[in-house]
Design a protein around this ligand. Structure first.
Ligand SMILES: O=C(O)CCC(=O)C(=O)O
Length: 373
């Protein structure tokens, strides 16, 4: 007879599931057996036909800023057309130096090639939106993205906020990263205000309206790093979503992987070294009273090489009321979305809802409370 010790008492309940594996890119990128959490369902997996290119206008920003009326009018027309249909366009002659872009991409490479333990010095804490995150950091356990990210805040009102983030979370030896991304975010904030002038003109509310609205923006910068994947046909680097933020300015390296869903199919926006991809986010869709579209997009991965992208998400000040200007509301164009603050939408996407193509509708219902039947 076997005598049991009190500790070895019979337990009817099944053993707890093993903790999820860590997203250690150096290990996972070699692995042929893809963990189930990363495998997307049929119908959501990437498909070959998405390789077709989405035609998006190439906007010559210098033409707009030159004040030359014909070039400015052409820019305004092209941007208006793109934003009414899918919300994506590219910007060239934007004034961002190629050296700054090179430095920003090099720093992504240096950061993500550090060991997992080193990167985890900046680990994002539960409920926070800033810091280092791999797929398993978040609150989800299925349809996980095949990527690592480092996110941090930027505001022109806090002149050294990015620099201090790097020095304080990662240590003095990361001062250089802080300098590069402080400069990069300042350049992005300036560029986004210029684009706001174009958007204001294209919507007929004047150059200054949206520029002034975002003057003291409280934005988010995210560095995306997509390691190679041995079965890219099963996974997604970034799952399909619309950006809840206002305007996204993305610079992708030359690998490619960004796809946009429009007219019922996925199409690609190929990388162009001298161009930024710009897209309208949900908050700007609300500011435009639904006239400009925030469109579903995703990123695919590949078997051979890592991919990097730099995403600057322009956001208003946290407590500023998001409401379209009077000129965009009339009896033919009644209000589409209620007033809200960016802090409420951010909380909704971080605690209550996984951003998708219906985020703004779901959020509008949520803040208006239960509907009486
Ligand atoms: O990396 C990309 O091309 C897309 C990134 C993206 O959609 C995001 O970071 O929200």
């Amino acid at each position: 007879m076997v005598c049991r010790t009190p500790d070895a008492k019979e337990d009817e309940s099944p053993p707890p599931p093993p903790p999820p594996p860590e997203f250690d890119a150096t290990v996972l990128s070699q692995q042929r057996d893809i963990p189930a959490q990363f495998i997307w369902p049929e119908g959501e997996k990437p498909t070959e036909d998405a390789c077709e290119e989405l035609p998006v206008p190439l906007i010559d920003l210098a033409g707009f800023l030159s004040g030359q009326p014909e070039s400015a009018a052409e820019v305004v027309r092209l941007v208006g057309e793109a934003c009414s249909s899918h919300g994506f366009f590219q910007v060239i002659n934007h004034g961002i130096s190629s050296q700054l872009l090179t430095d920003a991409h090099r720093s992504v490479e240096s950061f993500f090639s550090m060991s997992l333990q080193e990167k985890q010095r900046a680990q994002r804490k539960p409920g926070e939106s800033c810091g280092y995150a791999s797929s398993f950091t978040g609150r989800f356990s299925s349809k996980l993205p095949w990527k690592e990210t480092l996110s941090f805040r930027f505001s022109p009102n806090l002149s050294t906020v990015v620099f201090e983030y790097f020095a304080n979370t990662l240590g003095e030896e990361f001062r250089h990263f802080g300098e590069v991304y402080q400069d990069y975010c300042e350049a992005m904030s300036k560029l986004s205000l210029e684009i706001m002038e174009v958007l204001g003109m294209s919507l007929g509310v004047g150059k200054a309206h949206f520029r002034d609205f975002f003057h003291g923006n409280e934005s988010i910068m995210r560095l995306n790093y997509y390691p190679p994947c041995q079965k890219p046909e099963l996974t997604l680097g970034t799952g399909p979503h619309c950006d809840p933020t206002s305007l996204t300015i993305l610079h992708q390296d030359d690998v490619g992987g960004l796809q946009v869903f429009t007219d019922g199919r996925w199409r690609t926006i190929r990388p162009k070294t001298d161009a930024f991809v710009v897209n309208i986010g949900d908050t700007f869709m609300a500011l435009s009273n639904g006239r400009y579209k925030s469109c579903l997009h995703r990123a695919v991965v590949n078997r051979e090489v890592p991919r990097k992208s730099l995403a600057f998400f322009l956001c208003p000040e946290m407590e500023k009321v998001v409401r379209p200007p009077n000129g965009l509301v009339d009896s033919d164009h009644p209000r589409v979305y209620p007033d809200f603050t960016w802090s409420a939408l951010l909380e909704f996407t971080q605690k209550h809802y996984r951003a998708d193509m219906k985020t703004l509708d779901a959020f509008s219902q949520w803040i208006q409370g239960p509907v009486a039947i």
